[in-house]
Ligand binder design. Sequence first.
Ligand SMILES: Cc1cc2nc3c(=O)[nH]c(=O)nc-3n(C[C@H](O)[C@H](O)[C@H](O)COP(=O)(O)OP(=O)(O)OC[C@H]3O[C@@H](n4cnc5c(N)ncnc54)[C@H](O)[C@@H]3O)c2cc1C
Length: 343
Amino acid sequence: MVTMEEYDVLVVGAGPAGSSCAKAIAEKAGKSVLLIEKRQTPASACAGGIPAYHLEKLGLSIPKEVILEEIHEGVILSPSYSLIIDESIFDSGPAGFIINRKKFDQWLIKEAISSGVEYRNNTDFLHVKDEIKAKVCVDASGVSRVVGKANGFQFNSKPNDLGVGLQYTVDLPDSFDPHRVYFYLNAQKIPRGYFWIFPINEKRCKIGVAIAKATNAKLPAIKILNKFATDLGFKIDTPYERLGGLIPLGRCVKSTQPNIFLIGDAGNYCSPLTGEGIYYAIKSGRIAGEVIAFDKGVKFFNKLIKKSPRKSISWQYRAKRVFYSLNNKDLDGLVKAIGNYEI
Ligand SMILES: Cc1cc2nc3c(=O)[nH]c(=O)nc-3n(C[C@H](O)[C@H](O)[C@H](O)COP(=O)(O)OP(=O)(O)OC[C@H]3O[C@@H](n4cnc5c(N)ncnc54)[C@H](O)[C@@H]3O)c2cc1C
């Protein structure tokens, strides 16, 4: 006979959403919280970019050893024009950071454990779901959405509402500035998506592409990335690292069952326009954590999250649809109107 373990809250998935949620519950209420992670260490595909204004909003001060590079400028390039966003528009300090995602996730897990969370890695929800009893269950399993799927949530998404991201870590050619991030827009070469370059030190960078899954079906991300990177002078034959994953690009999924909360990628708390997800994972995780800590229930969670970040995600969803409809002339017109730097 299987013996049942009992907890007040079970959080599934120790990415930024799960750890932040578990920590918020444990530090605010005397509840027993078990955080489980399928892998030895969480390692979701990520370029590690976080804008400084999002860190500020979260009040998150990242340890130095987690930061790979400080970013001082961002450049958005259309086929013929570029727009430079420099740090002078921010109050102080760098415009953003490139972090080591593995170290970042480890740091958040440690913070959760220090707040009283019990953590178990190498523990797959699908293998232990009949052995652990919890009053509340949080799905923070990313795009796997294992708790939601096991409990009848419907995640049918439109072909453009799921994205594919692929990236290589390679040497940075001298022509690129190691303190700048670059975003390339080109409706012909990268339909319904964009290409990025994120430096991780003076000599290396991550180059990647994010496209809608519908595009990937016709023109695979790997082909787009290889051609674009080679054309820009990157040597991609033997990358230091190669990784890829799915990106939620749809509207947020409402938590509809009384004791099940969907947070982070599992609930589509991710920017449908850019694929930025770390901020939204932490934000949705913290909101769920506070609601659970004070026994306020799913309805209250839906109400709180509607204001922020769901409102902003809905706006970005509409902006994404406009972005997908633009051709190269439109993209040039847009970047020229704002930036006006010919390349
Ligand atoms: C190529 C790529 C680049 C990206 N770059 C950026 C970027 O630069 N900046 C940014 O902000 N966002 C980026 N994102 C998005 C970002 O990585 C995600 O939005 C973010 O990781 C979501 O956090 P999460 O905690 O919701 O899910 P995840 O980080 O995916 O964590 C989910 C965890 O659940 C675990 N899990 C899954 N199934 C089970 C199970 N059955 N049992 C137990 N545990 C389970 C997984 O192992 C994982 O550790 C990128 C995504 C991709 C694909």
